[in-house]
Design a protein around this ligand. Structure first.
Ligand code: FES
Length: 108
């Protein structure tokens, strides 16, 4: 597995998230209390970019139908909602992350 630099750690303060393109992957990096985590920046429900959503603690909410995902594990923690329907998306893809010399690197 190759680890590719996506950002300076200082670019993503605690409680914030940002999307980056690395190789063929579009990843969402979330800084949760000083620890960086990466999931695919594509909602598993209908592929909406998750970076347009909201990060609350370790949970990312998709802005389109409000499915929620754990940014640490990618696990779906709340269904998508369309009118009165509830739809269970797959979990988001999760990537390993490491920080070296102030650089956030994602394993792809
Ligand atoms: S596209 Fe994200 S919940 Fe539907």
């Amino acid at each position: 597995m190759d680890f590719l630099k996506v950002a300076e750690a200082s670019d993503i303060p605690p409680g914030k998230m940002k999307a980056f393109k690395t190789g063929k992957e579009n990843v969402l990096i979330a800084n949760i209390e000083g620890t960086f985590h990466a999931i695919a920046n594509k909602c598993p429900h209908a592929h909406f970019p998750l970076n347009m959503g909201r990060l609350d603690g370790c949970v990312v909410t998709c802005p389109l139908h409000h499915a929620r995902f754990n940014a640490e594990t990618g696990a779906n923690v709340e269904d998508a909602k369309i009118l009165f329907l509830r739809l269970k998306p797959k979990d988001a893809r999760c990537y390993p992350v490491k920080v070296e010399n102030g650089e956030v690197m994602v394993g792809v």
